[in-house]
Structure formats: C-alpha cells, structure tokens
Design a protein around this ligand. Structure first.
Ligand SMILES: [Zn+2]
Length: 231
C-alpha cells in the first residue's frame, strides 16, 4: 500500500530524508545525470578537438554535472523533479503524436485542478471549451482550422501576445499548439509545464497526476535502472 513514508517513484522503499524519494531512486537518477569520465569518453567522438582540448571539455562537463546535481539535491531531492526527469528523458523517437496525446490529457487534468482565477478574464466555461477543442484536435475530432481559430480567440481574450511569460495562461494555450511551435521545449515538455505553474498545486497532487497518467513509464524506469545496476 502507498503511504506517505513510501517513495512515490518506485513505491517499494521508504523515503530517505531530506530527500522526498528513497535512496535507490536517488542513486538511479544520479547515475543518469551525473556522468563519469568513461561516459564522456564513450559518447564523445570529437575530431575537431585536440586530446588536450577534449580533456578540458570533459572536465568542464563533469564539473557542470556535479553543480547541477548539487543544485537539485541541496535541499533534498524532490520526487516531482525525479518524475519530470524520467518523463522528459523518454527516447526522442518515442515522442510521437500518441505520446503527446497522453501529455495533453495530463495537462487537461492539471488545469482542471488549478484555481480558475488564474485564467481571468476567461471564465471557467471558456477555459473548459478551449481545453476540449485542444483535446479534440489531438484526438483528430477537431480540424486544424478550428484549432487555429480557438487559439487566436483565446490569445486575444487573455491578452497573451507573447508566450515568453510562462504562466497558467501560456500553459492553456500550449495545449492547442503544434510541435513546430515548441522547438526544444517539445523535448522538455514536463519541465516546461511545471515551470508554468510551479507553486499553484502541491507536490502530492503533481505526483497523483503523474501516477494516474504515466505509472507504467515510471515503473519501467525503475525496472530498467535496476537491471543496469546489476550489470
Ligand atoms: Zn524509490
């Protein structure tokens, strides 16, 4: 049974404070994010650099990895961060329309739980109608022309000319945006989604939503990392 003291990522081991995950999940993520020298030797085949330059670049990356890791673990590793990293790390070829449909269904649920005052002057019903249009577009029941009209109208209503301000309104509009509008954000989707509404809902709600939509992806990560450890 899932309890508050159980790691919300693997659901197998108790949380190890100050982290919000167990030690095994902590180590699993660390293996994926903090690379050793051998990793860079294997993955970097640079012909442009001299051996000395290559050494220097690898050194810089190892330092950067450690700094990043310390930044994320300084106050304890967050379970929400771990799950976001898992979901954004799926192979590029897995990021298909089907995968995006799942991401959109997740955002639909997420926005459902947000305070609707965040979307004013758009009222609750307008927000829901827009979300239904976006969902319909990704489920192929709404045409691209309808999608475009809905985006233009909502963007106008929200007075959201630029999407560079990441907030709840941007997140709502993202639901009906296509891949070509995202660039690198397409591959860091969950990180970007979380950055739009970082404090609007609590961690337990984020985790409940992640588990509802992506439980098998999270479990596959746990299993895969388990096997890698044995090798
Ligand atoms: Zn765990």
């Amino acid at each position: 049974m899932f309890t508050d003291s159980m790691c919300p990522v693997c659901e197998r081991e108790p949380i190890s404070p100050p982290n919000k995950v167990c030690l095994s999940c902590y180590e699993r993520l660390k293996r994926g994010e903090v690379h050793e020298r051998a990793y860079y030797y294997e993955t970097w085949e640079s012909t442009r650099e001299t051996p000395e330059e290559r050494e220097k670049t690898i050194e810089a990356h190892i330092k950067l990895d450690a700094e990043e890791w310390n930044r994320h673990t300084g106050n304890g590793l967050s379970a929400v961060y771990v799950i976001i990293e898992i979901l954004d790390a799926v192979d590029e070829e897995c990021i298909t329309a089907a995968w995006h449909r799942r991401r959109i269904a997740f955002v639909y649920d997420l926005i459902d739980r947000l305070d609707k005052r965040l979307f004013l002057p758009a009222g609750k019903d307008r927000v829901r109608a827009f979300m239904d249009t976006a969902l319909g577009y990704w489920n192929k029941t709404v045409s691209d022309a309808e999608r475009k009209t809905a985006v233009a109208e909502m963007q106008n209503l929200l007075e959201k000319k630029s999407l560079s301000d990441w907030d709840a309104k941007a997140l709502l509009l993202w639901m009906a945006h296509t891949e070509d509008m995202f660039d690198w954000m397409w591959y860091q989707w969950f990180d970007c989604v979380h950055s739009c509404v970082p404090n609007e809902i609590d961690d337990s709600t984020w985790i409940a939503l992640f588990r509802k939509h992506f439980s098998e992806v999270i479990q596959a990560w746990v299993e895969k990392s388990q096997k890698e450890k044995k090798i």
